[in-house]
Design a protein around this ligand. Sequence first.
Ligand SMILES: Cc1cc2nc3c(=O)[nH]c(=O)nc-3n(C[C@H](O)[C@H](O)[C@H](O)COP(=O)(O)O)c2cc1C
Length: 205
Amino acid sequence: MTETIQIHKPQPLDDHAVADLFTSARTVSYFSGEPVSDEQLTAIWDLAKWTPTAANTQPLRVLFVNTPEGKERLLRHINDSNKAKVESAGATAVLAIDPEYYEFIPTTFPHAAGLRDTFAANPDVAEASAKISAGLQGGGFIYAVRAVGLAAGPMTGFDAAGVDAEFFGESGWKSFLVVNIGQPGENAHLGRLPRVPEEKATRFV
Ligand SMILES: Cc1cc2nc3c(=O)[nH]c(=O)nc-3n(C[C@H](O)[C@H](O)[C@H](O)COP(=O)(O)O)c2cc1C
Protein backbone atom coordinates (compact mmCIF):
# COMPACT_ATOMS: atom_id res chain seq x y z
CA MET A 1 0.00 0.00 0.00
CA THR A 2 1.31 3.47 -0.87
CA GLU A 3 1.71 5.87 2.04
CA THR A 4 -0.36 9.06 1.72
CA ILE A 5 1.84 12.00 2.58
CA GLN A 6 0.07 15.16 3.75
CA ILE A 7 1.71 18.32 2.41
CA HIS A 8 1.67 21.08 5.05
CA LYS A 9 0.97 24.52 3.58
CA PRO A 10 2.81 27.17 5.64
CA GLN A 11 0.92 30.30 6.73
CA PRO A 12 2.39 33.55 8.15
CA LEU A 13 2.37 33.60 11.97
CA ASP A 14 0.28 36.29 13.63
CA ASP A 15 2.01 39.38 15.09
CA HIS A 16 1.84 37.96 18.63
CA ALA A 17 3.67 34.77 17.64
CA VAL A 18 6.29 36.67 15.63
CA ALA A 19 6.93 38.95 18.63
CA ASP A 20 7.23 36.01 21.06
CA LEU A 21 9.62 34.13 18.80
CA PHE A 22 11.65 36.93 17.20
CA THR A 23 11.03 40.66 17.48
CA SER A 24 10.22 41.06 21.20
CA ALA A 25 11.89 37.89 22.49
CA ARG A 26 15.21 38.52 24.20
CA THR A 27 18.15 36.53 25.43
CA VAL A 28 17.59 36.54 29.19
CA SER A 29 20.53 36.75 31.57
CA TYR A 30 18.75 36.92 34.92
CA PHE A 31 15.65 34.86 35.64
CA SER A 32 12.91 35.07 38.30
CA GLY A 33 13.86 31.73 39.87
CA GLU A 34 10.30 30.49 39.25
CA PRO A 35 10.49 26.69 38.82
CA VAL A 36 10.30 25.10 35.39
CA SER A 37 8.64 21.68 35.43
CA ASP A 38 10.04 18.52 33.86
CA GLU A 39 6.85 18.50 31.76
CA GLN A 40 7.72 21.92 30.34
CA LEU A 41 11.23 20.69 29.54
CA THR A 42 9.79 17.64 27.80
CA ALA A 43 7.45 19.92 25.84
CA ILE A 44 10.48 21.94 24.71
CA TRP A 45 12.18 18.79 23.41
CA ASP A 46 8.97 17.67 21.68
CA LEU A 47 9.21 20.82 19.54
CA ALA A 48 12.99 21.08 19.22
CA LYS A 49 13.25 17.53 17.88
CA TRP A 50 11.66 18.63 14.59
CA THR A 51 14.63 20.86 13.67
CA PRO A 52 15.99 19.76 10.28
CA THR A 53 19.43 18.08 10.28
CA ALA A 54 21.76 16.71 7.62
CA ALA A 55 20.43 13.33 6.47
CA ASN A 56 18.10 13.51 9.49
CA THR A 57 21.08 12.58 11.68
CA GLN A 58 19.95 14.52 14.81
CA PRO A 59 23.33 14.65 16.60
CA LEU A 60 22.06 16.88 19.44
CA ARG A 61 21.66 15.44 22.93
CA VAL A 62 20.26 17.40 25.88
CA LEU A 63 20.88 17.09 29.61
CA PHE A 64 18.15 18.89 31.54
CA VAL A 65 19.48 20.11 34.88
CA ASN A 66 16.41 20.57 37.07
CA THR A 67 17.41 19.56 40.60
CA PRO A 68 19.41 21.51 43.21
CA GLU A 69 22.06 18.75 43.16
CA GLY A 70 22.34 18.85 39.39
CA LYS A 71 22.60 22.64 39.39
CA GLU A 72 25.31 22.54 42.05
CA ARG A 73 27.33 20.07 39.96
CA LEU A 74 26.86 22.20 36.83
CA LEU A 75 27.80 25.45 38.59
CA ARG A 76 31.30 24.09 39.31
CA HIS A 77 32.04 24.37 35.58
CA ILE A 78 30.33 27.67 34.75
CA ASN A 79 32.48 30.79 34.25
CA ASP A 80 32.30 33.14 37.22
CA SER A 81 30.63 35.85 35.11
CA ASN A 82 27.80 33.43 34.27
CA LYS A 83 27.29 31.70 37.64
CA ALA A 84 24.57 34.07 38.94
CA LYS A 85 22.71 33.65 35.64
CA VAL A 86 22.60 29.87 36.02
CA GLU A 87 21.64 30.23 39.69
CA SER A 88 18.66 32.43 38.77
CA ALA A 89 17.32 30.11 36.05
CA GLY A 90 14.36 27.83 36.74
CA ALA A 91 16.16 25.07 34.84
CA THR A 92 19.23 24.75 32.64
CA ALA A 93 19.86 22.57 29.61
CA VAL A 94 23.29 21.35 28.53
CA LEU A 95 23.35 20.86 24.77
CA ALA A 96 25.84 18.28 23.54
CA ILE A 97 26.83 16.20 20.53
CA ASP A 98 26.82 12.41 20.64
CA PRO A 99 30.04 11.48 18.73
CA GLU A 100 28.40 8.21 17.69
CA TYR A 101 25.18 9.87 16.53
CA TYR A 102 25.49 8.10 13.17
CA GLU A 103 24.51 4.78 14.76
CA PHE A 104 20.86 5.90 14.44
CA ILE A 105 21.09 6.42 10.67
CA PRO A 106 19.72 2.95 9.73
CA THR A 107 16.56 3.92 11.65
CA THR A 108 16.34 7.64 10.99
CA PHE A 109 17.47 7.64 7.33
CA PRO A 110 16.72 4.06 6.27
CA HIS A 111 16.73 4.69 2.52
CA ALA A 112 20.47 5.54 2.75
CA ALA A 113 21.49 3.41 5.71
CA GLY A 114 25.00 2.98 4.27
CA LEU A 115 25.74 6.55 5.33
CA ARG A 116 26.25 5.11 8.79
CA ASP A 117 29.36 3.28 7.56
CA THR A 118 30.61 6.37 5.69
CA PHE A 119 30.48 8.48 8.85
CA ALA A 120 31.93 5.71 11.01
CA ALA A 121 34.92 5.42 8.64
CA ASN A 122 35.42 9.21 8.35
CA PRO A 123 35.42 10.76 11.84
CA ASP A 124 36.38 14.24 10.53
CA VAL A 125 33.45 14.27 8.13
CA ALA A 126 31.13 12.97 10.87
CA GLU A 127 32.30 15.66 13.28
CA ALA A 128 31.97 18.48 10.75
CA SER A 129 28.45 17.42 9.86
CA ALA A 130 27.49 17.06 13.51
CA LYS A 131 28.68 20.58 14.32
CA ILE A 132 26.45 22.09 11.63
CA SER A 133 23.39 20.04 12.46
CA ALA A 134 23.70 20.26 16.25
CA GLY A 135 24.21 24.03 15.94
CA LEU A 136 20.99 24.26 13.97
CA GLN A 137 19.26 22.08 16.56
CA GLY A 138 20.54 24.47 19.24
CA GLY A 139 18.79 27.33 17.42
CA GLY A 140 15.65 25.22 17.15
CA PHE A 141 15.91 24.48 20.85
CA ILE A 142 15.96 28.21 21.72
CA TYR A 143 12.86 28.84 19.61
CA ALA A 144 11.17 25.82 21.20
CA VAL A 145 11.81 27.35 24.65
CA ARG A 146 10.11 30.53 23.45
CA ALA A 147 7.24 28.60 21.87
CA VAL A 148 6.27 27.04 25.23
CA GLY A 149 6.14 30.51 26.82
CA LEU A 150 9.54 30.62 28.48
CA ALA A 151 12.73 32.60 27.92
CA ALA A 152 16.14 31.21 26.99
CA GLY A 153 19.65 32.33 27.89
CA PRO A 154 22.22 30.52 25.72
CA MET A 155 25.82 30.61 26.97
CA THR A 156 29.20 29.26 25.91
CA GLY A 157 30.96 30.69 28.95
CA PHE A 158 31.61 27.37 30.68
CA ASP A 159 34.28 24.70 30.90
CA ALA A 160 33.07 22.14 28.36
CA ALA A 161 35.70 19.55 29.28
CA GLY A 162 34.71 19.89 32.94
CA VAL A 163 31.01 19.50 32.14
CA ASP A 164 31.74 16.47 29.98
CA ALA A 165 33.77 14.80 32.74
CA GLU A 166 31.07 15.67 35.30
CA PHE A 167 28.07 14.35 33.36
CA PHE A 168 29.09 12.52 30.20
CA GLY A 169 31.89 10.19 31.26
CA GLU A 170 30.01 7.09 30.07
CA SER A 171 28.14 8.45 27.06
CA GLY A 172 31.06 10.44 25.61
CA TRP A 173 28.72 13.31 24.71
CA LYS A 174 30.51 16.62 24.01
CA SER A 175 28.83 19.72 25.41
CA PHE A 176 28.81 22.93 23.34
CA LEU A 177 26.08 25.17 24.76
CA VAL A 178 24.37 25.81 28.09
CA VAL A 179 20.83 27.21 27.87
CA ASN A 180 19.20 28.75 30.92
CA ILE A 181 15.40 28.48 30.88
CA GLY A 182 12.67 30.26 32.82
CA GLN A 183 10.76 33.50 33.29
CA PRO A 184 12.66 36.80 33.08
CA GLY A 185 13.59 38.29 36.46
CA GLU A 186 14.66 41.78 37.51
CA ASN A 187 17.31 43.27 35.23
CA ALA A 188 16.68 40.32 32.92
CA HIS A 189 18.71 41.89 30.12
CA LEU A 190 20.24 45.12 28.87
CA GLY A 191 18.82 47.10 25.95
CA ARG A 192 18.67 45.42 22.57
CA LEU A 193 22.01 45.50 20.75
CA PRO A 194 22.20 46.43 17.06
CA ARG A 195 22.12 43.83 14.31
CA VAL A 196 24.50 43.86 11.35
CA PRO A 197 22.89 46.12 8.73
CA GLU A 198 20.73 44.22 6.28
CA GLU A 199 22.71 45.48 3.29
CA LYS A 200 25.91 44.07 4.84
CA ALA A 201 24.34 40.79 5.92
CA THR A 202 22.37 39.87 2.84
CA ARG A 203 22.88 39.82 -0.90
CA PHE A 204 20.49 39.13 -3.72
CA VAL A 205 21.36 37.71 -7.06
C1 LIG B 1 26.48 30.77 21.20
C2 LIG B 1 26.14 31.82 22.23
C3 LIG B 1 26.99 32.01 23.31
C4 LIG B 1 26.67 32.95 24.29
N1 LIG B 1 27.43 33.03 25.43
C5 LIG B 1 27.04 33.85 26.43
C6 LIG B 1 27.69 33.82 27.70
O1 LIG B 1 28.63 33.03 27.94
N2 LIG B 1 27.26 34.66 28.67
C7 LIG B 1 26.21 35.53 28.46
O2 LIG B 1 25.85 36.28 29.37
N3 LIG B 1 25.55 35.57 27.26
C8 LIG B 1 25.94 34.75 26.27
N4 LIG B 1 25.25 34.75 25.07
C9 LIG B 1 24.13 35.72 24.87
C10 LIG B 1 24.36 36.71 23.71
O3 LIG B 1 25.20 37.76 24.13
C11 LIG B 1 22.98 37.24 23.25
O4 LIG B 1 22.23 36.15 22.75
C12 LIG B 1 23.09 38.31 22.15
O5 LIG B 1 23.71 39.47 22.64
C13 LIG B 1 21.71 38.68 21.59
O6 LIG B 1 20.86 39.15 22.60
P1 LIG B 1 19.29 39.34 22.31
O7 LIG B 1 18.74 38.01 21.90
O8 LIG B 1 18.68 39.81 23.61
O9 LIG B 1 19.12 40.36 21.23
C14 LIG B 1 25.52 33.79 24.12
C15 LIG B 1 24.67 33.58 23.01
C16 LIG B 1 24.96 32.60 22.09
C17 LIG B 1 23.96 32.36 20.96
